[in-house]
Design a protein around this ligand. Structure first.
Ligand code: FE
Length: 262
């Protein structure tokens, strides 16, 4: 079985929100699709160990926000990779409550739906929930929705372990593993090898910013030339100079989870 064949299946990237009593929860999903037109119904797949699964099951409602292409990796990381206090996660985004009572993420959303659960199927590691759409709102008619291939190929991020589309890197071909570890394509590897290093091209003595470092959990790349503005790290900061408590801005992994891109 060639696991890379699965990379050719296309999906969007969505934020699912749900609420039961005072429990609020949300997660990033790529597996969501319309299953019927009249009445409109949408199916979503949710990992059983995900807090949202139990809450959707009990409340019978969920919202689905269609994320825009420009969604920042931090938002996806917050709801896609990081476990923790759900209420605190929601405090960091713009959201509202819909007619079903489910929280709806407005940040970076081009449209959203609210659904009432009609059916639930146990498909092994995940539950498949089928919901009837009770409201559909177009927030940004001109906005481009984020696709799963853009997420993987352009943003260079990997699906989290609980995603239905998660692929274990170790099971891919050696070439593909190298590309993912390097977080760049073969063409880019060749370009880099041909390009002069800053040492060679610079006239004076410029301090080497050190290599770009790749998160082994989510594939985020720390680029010393860019820094990490959100965590107060200025451009030009070598990875080794980051504070010990610095975390991956996408998945919150520790510095020790990073490896050199080269
Ligand atoms: Fe990460």
């Amino acid at each position: 079985m060639n696991l890379e064949a699965f990379f050719k299946m296309s999906y969007g990237i969505y934020m699912i929100g749900t609420k039961h009593g005072d429990q609020i929860s949300g997660y990033i999903a790529n597996t969501a699709f319309q299953v019927t037109a009249e009445p409109p119904k949408i199916a979503i797949s949710c990992h059983k160990e995900n807090a949202s699964a139990g809450i959707i099951d009990e409340s019978g409602v969920f919202s689905l926000s269609v994320l825009e292409q420009e969604t920042d990796a931090g938002l996806i990381g917050l709801f896609g990779y990081q476990s923790g206090n759900e209420k605190e996660k929601f405090e960091r985004v713009n959201y509202t409550f819909g007619e079903t009572g489910a929280p709806i993420i407005i940040s970076h959303a081009v449209a959203y739906f609210e659904c009432k659960v009609e059916d639930k199927f146990d498909v092994g590691s995940h539950f498949l929930f089928i919901g009837t759409v009770v409201d559909a709102v177009l927030l940004n008619p001109a906005g481009q929705p984020l696709t799963y291939s853009y997420f993987r190929e352009e943003m260079k991020l990997l699906a989290p372990e609980r995603a239905p589309t998660y692929v274990d890197k170790n099971k891919l071909s050696e070439k593909r593993q190298k590309e993912l570890s390097a977080n760049i394509t073969s063409d880019q590897i060749e370009e880099q090898q041909q390009a002069p290093t800053s040492e060679q091209s610079a006239e004076g003595s410029i301090k080497e910013p050190g290599p770009r470092m790749v998160c082994t959990i989510c594939a985020y790349v720390y680029d010393p030339e860019v820094g990490d503005e959100a965590q107060g790290i200025p451009p030009g900061t070598p990875f080794e100079d980051l504070p010990d408590d610095w975390e991956c801005p996408v998945c919150a992994a520790a510095k020790s989870a990073f490896i050199s891109e080269n």
